[in-house]
Every structure is written in C-alpha cells, then in structure tokens.
Design a protein around this ligand. Structure first.
Ligand code: CA
Length: 163
C-alpha cells in the first residue's frame, strides 16, 4: 500500500493503540485527534483508509465521513462506533462509510475489516456486486432471479426466487 492510513480518535490511549497495532501490521499510519488535523493531513495527501471514531468533540465522525466522501470516492472509510447501536451503523453507512466496527473490538477483527475495505477501495477484487434491478425483479451475479412479495393486499403472492 503506498498511500497511508489515518486513525481519527480523540482519546490518546485508544489512538496510540490503533496506530501501534496497524503499524506492526506494516501499514503506514498516522493518528490525529479530530477534524481540523484530519483536514490538514488530507490536504497534503489523500489517505487510502481512514478509521473514524464517531464520538469526537466538535465535528463528529459522521460529518467527517461525509466530507471525506465528497472529496473522494476512493478513500476507504471505517466508522468506529461506541456502541453496537443500529442507528449509528445505518447513519454511518449512509454518510458514505464503507464499514463500521463497534467498540470494544478485537484487533484482529479490525484488521480483517481494514484489509477488506482496502481491497474494495483499491479495486483489487470486485466486491460481491449489487443486484441488478429490472423492474420489480432483480438478478444477482450468480444469475438467480427473485421477485419480491406482492403488496399486503395480495397476500397469496409470495416472494419467489429461482435459487
Ligand atoms: Ca471518542
């Protein structure tokens, strides 16, 4: 990986732990404490990956994710959420993040997610593709057709799939 990774985390110990861990895994990684420093860093060099803590003083992780995504579609963004809160996850992904991980997490799980997001961001392997929609039906990459269930009034028509 030529471009580096950035850890955005306001808690110094947590930030240092992530920087050390990713550094040991041969990532070129820097840690910043918030949005202002992140912006300065991104001005200089677009990182390959940003690990974004959601709970930051000032601009939170969601706002920063949105800003990064507007800037480039090629940055891999992983949100680090404080709780396994569904709302956080959904909002995180809607702001343009590629993935999220909830604290506390296993370093190995984080590493797996980092690698998978980088693979997608650098386009080395295609992600499991979105289904192609054709009218009401959709077809997956494996070629299975599926038809959604009809509206509640026509209850007899159930969702069907060729697989
Ligand atoms: Ca925090």
């Amino acid at each position: 990986m030529d471009r580096g990774a950035v850890v955005v985390e306001d808690e110094a110990a947590q930030r240092q732990m992530l920087v050390d861990y990713l550094g040991k895994q041969n990532f070129r990684v820097s840690g910043v404490e918030g949005g202002a420093t992140l912006r300065r860093l991104v001005e200089r060099e677009l990182p390959a990956l940003v690990l974004l803590d959601v709970g930051l003083p000032g601009e939170d992780g969601f706002a920063l994710a949105r800003g990064l995504r507007e800037r480039s579609g090629r940055i891999g963004i992983i949100m680090v959420t404080a709780a396994a809160d569904t709302v956080d996850r959904v909002v995180g992904l809607e702001t343009g993040a590629d993935d999220y991980i909830a604290k506390p997490f296993e370093p190995r799980e984080l590493l797996a997610r980092v690698k998978s997001v980088l693979r997608r961001a650098t386009g080395a392997t295609p992600a499991a593709g979105p289904r192609v929609r054709m009218g009401r039906r959709s077809i997956s990459r494996s070629g299975c057709w599926s038809t959604p269930a009809a509206a509640p009034k026509r209850r007899w028509r159930r969702a069907s799939s060729t697989c």
